[in-house]
Design a binder for this molecule. Structure first.
Ligand code: SF4
Ligand code: SF4
Length: 363
């Protein structure tokens, strides 16, 4: 069979699969309620800016971005989440890289403190820990707040951009100033291994990335799918049939709030549940409970996973070699829809899908 006929057969089979699963699942669930769990954990992404451009970043943060959430908005959303969740909401501050604007980060934390809000953790790649004086100054200021934990990201992807020396300095000063239980490195085994990723040639770096990714510590969504899937084993689309995303999308109890107010479920960056600049957290949740199952994108993913999205995607041309996982397939279909400008209330923000530049040395 020629390449065009093979591709056409794959497309037809994929779309048929999508229709079959959507039809079957819609019938099965028509009379069932759609249970949506309360959000008991949330991350406020203060910015989409990052000094790094990690190949594993599912949110596609990068130096070229520069959107920041105001402290007013951050504290307001935080209060709403805390008030709405019956058992409270475990909050963390993230990005992008929230230490890209340290005064803003500290202002958010201090204002939250004054409002009686508890901060579970702040995430960072520690790029700012360039010398002892800065590191002591910043961590000294954080020590006096309610911050539960400083979580320092460290893996081969981050160390392409951030020297391990900065990670070790941040950890050393945190141990001294913040104390036991208030700081953590993810991943410690990587820091002990101690490879200088920036000094590797491109082939060695690519091999390291693939080796690390195969450990299953990262999600193959967004930039990670673009940059890493090429070196991973593929499976045919049919093998993902029946893998629905109900648990992650509606019952995952965890959301992230983007600097422009977009809310995405768990780690499914590029999907939107709504926008807190348009509706309150309570309204957003109630709308999700009311109509999440019938939304064109979310409903299909909830019922049938990314295979269910295929019949929405019209002229989407699946890769004949298949996909490295269901999130890889999901990303490919969503990006196709994003490029056509369709379903932008559910698929966005646009900058997550506009990340064309390839990371130097990526797979
Ligand atoms: S994974 Fe973290 S450090 Fe890396 S680009 Fe994304 S936000 Fe920045
Ligand atoms: S397939 Fe899509 S919706 Fe499902 S978990 Fe992966 S990224 Fe999220």
């Amino acid at each position: 069979m020629g390449i065009h006929r093979r591709r056409a057969a794959i497309v037809a089979a994929a779309k048929w699969l999508g229709k079959v699963y959507n039809a079957g699942m819609t019938r099965r669930n028509r009379s069932e309620p759609m249970p949506v769990k309360y959000w008991s954990a949330a991350g406020i992404c203060l910015t989409d800016w990052c000094n790094a451009r990690c190949a594993s970043c599912y949110l596609a943060c990068r130096p070229g971005r520069g959107q920041w959430m105001s402290p007013d908005m951050a504290v307001d959303v935080w209060q709403q989440l805390e008030a709405f969740s019956p058992h409270g909401c475990r909050m963390h501050l993230a990005g992008g890289e929230p230490f890209g604007d340290i005064p803003r980060l500290l202002e958010v934390i201090r204002r939250a403190d004054r409002a009686g809000l508890m901060l579970a953790k702040v995430e960072t790649n520690a790029f700012w820990a360039a010398d002892d004086a800065i590191t002591r100054d910043v961590l000294g200021q954080l020590a006096g707040t309610s911050m539960g934990e400083l979580l320092i990201s460290a893996d081969p992807f981050h160390q392409q951009f951030v020297p391990l020396a900065s990670v070790r300095r941040a950890a050393g000063v945190a141990a001294e100033i913040l104390g036991e239980g208030r700081w953590r490195i993810r991943w410690h085994d990587w820091v002990e291994r101690g490879l200088d990723v920036a000094a590797l040639n491109e082939a060695a770096r690519r091999d390291l990335f693939v080796e690390w990714f195969r450990d299953g510590r990262d999600r193959l969504n967004g930039r990670a799918a673009d940059e890493l899937a090429g070196a991973l084993p593929r499976r045919p689309i049919g093998s993902f049939a029946g893998q629905d995303c109900r648990e992650g999308l509606l019952r995952g109890k965890h959301v992230h709030i983007l600097p422009d107010g977009g809310v995405y479920p768990g780690t499914c960056a590029g999907l939107l549940l709504g926008n807190v600049n348009e509706v309150s957290i309570a309204d957003l949740w109630q709308r999700l409970e009311r109509d999440g199952a019938s939304r064109p994108v979310l409903g299909r993913l909830v019922e049938s996973g990314p295979v269910g999205l295929l019949d929405l995607a019209g002229d989407f041309q699946p890769e004949p070699v298949g996909y490295a996982g269901k999130c890889h397939l999901c990303w490919a279909v969503r990006r196709h829809l994003a490029r056509r400008g369709e379903n932008s209330d559910e698929i966005g923000p646009a900058w997550v899908y506009d990340d064309h530049e390839s990371t130097p040395g990526s797979a």
